[in-house]
Write a protein that binds this ligand. Sequence first.
Ligand code: 13P
Length: 256
Amino acid sequence: MSGGRRRPLVAGNWKMNLLQAEAAVWCRALRSDLPTSKAAVGVAVFPSFPLLPVVARELTGSSIAVGGQDLHPAEKGAHTGDVSGAQLADAGCTWVLCGHSERRRDHGESDELVGRKAAAALRHGLTPLICLGETRDERQAGRTFEVLERQLRAALAPLDSRPVGFALAYEPVWAIGTGETATPEIAQEAHAFLRRLLAGLEGVGPAAEGLSLLYGGSVTPDSAPGLIAQADIDGFLVGGASLDPRNFLAIIRGSG
Ligand code: 13P
């Protein structure tokens, strides 16, 4: 457990998967099986944009939050293929991912752009879940903490007075979709580093103790309990294992 200080959050990132009918089935399965006794665990789901209306409709009245996988930093305008914070909020989102490593890789998103996206999210009342993490080469070169610090400082730089309405997901790139989950010790070390860094930032300070730091990267029902037992791991951002509601539920159950 996360020291009893922070409510665990388990979030599913569907990435570019599922069609509307499958998404509806997923939502019904999760709603019917989500144990009310586990309300101590927050749950969120991040579907692709075209699925947001069906997911928001299916989850109406539930405690499961909905988020977008990305947003454009501008309010609106000539940005073909992009989605604004206002559009996400209008579609029922309360969260949005910022800076997922697949956005950084596939779309060349810079640290600086991730910060502007997080700021746009906050302007629209969305909680940014800022994703960061080192590649395998960076870890092997002993640069993990340097990379995390650079990514974190850039992501928070445009956030006026650094309001604490954000969450972080530590997702080591080498653990994403590889089946190679970070060990609890490796993940805890990174989370503790990030929390210490946050605590030292002007505008965050002691509030760092209350911020949610999720782990992502090949999380499974088997690996979740050992990870959530770490002092600074407050939940998960789950990719592949979130597509099957039974696996996702098992991870939720293992996090409470
Ligand atoms: P996997 O759980 O499939 O490794 O994906 C992790 C992830 O990228 C979540 O955002």
